[in-house]
Design a protein around this ligand. Structure first.
Ligand code: OFO
Length: 170
């Protein structure tokens, strides 16, 4: 049985995942209007992944007999200085999400709620993968696109990543 505190925190996480999805979809629009079709496709696909994360939490609450709540989502920023600034924000955002997942894990331990702890393991692995993915993309942008000339290649690589997104660990 989930504690009231756990239900409240998972409902907060539903909002975080929803906002992540909106953030990446909005970023994909910025990329599209700046001629970065590969980055736009990559971020749009990632927005869908975040929606899937939101639904996992939503379904978990319902499966455990609790009410899932869709709270208000903040309007995401829609102007960026550069692709590098955007991916810096993405990496920082994913680190923030990792912190939120860790808070849930800590609460599951405190509650001795081993079923929720088990459920959260997927997200622990997913956050590790996402941080590593975005960190490597940011490294590439910094390495080959300081003057904008390498952007074409980064964008092409992101188009390929969008066509075959990395799979989270089972
Ligand atoms: Fe990008 O991560 Fe959700 O959880």
């Amino acid at each position: 049985m989930l504690s009231e505190n756990m239900v409240r925190k998972i409902n907060e996480q539903i909002i975080v995942e929803h906002e992540s999805s909106n953030l990446y979809l909005q970023m994909s629009a910025w990329c599209a209007v700046h001629g970065l079709a590969g980055a736009a496709a990559f971020l749009k696909a990632h927005a869908e992944e975040e929606r899937m994360h939101m639904l996992k939490f939503f379904d978990y609450l319902l499966e455990t007999g609790n009410m899932a709540l869709l709270g208000p989502a903040e309007q995401p920023k829609h102007e960026y200085e550069s692709l590098e600034a955007m991916f810096t924000q993405i990496l920082n955002h994913e680190r923030f999400v990792t912190g939120k997942i860790n808070e849930l894990v800590a609460l599951a331990y405190e509650d001795k709620d081993y079923a929720t702890l088990n459920f959260l393991q997927w997200f622990v692995a997913e956050q590790r993968e996402e941080e590593s993915l975005f960190s490597s993309i940011l490294d590439k942008i910094k390495m080959i696109a300081p003057d904008g000339r390498g952007l074409y290649f980064v964008d092409r690589e992101l188009a390929q990543a969008a066509a075959a997104p990395p799979q989270p660990e089972a």
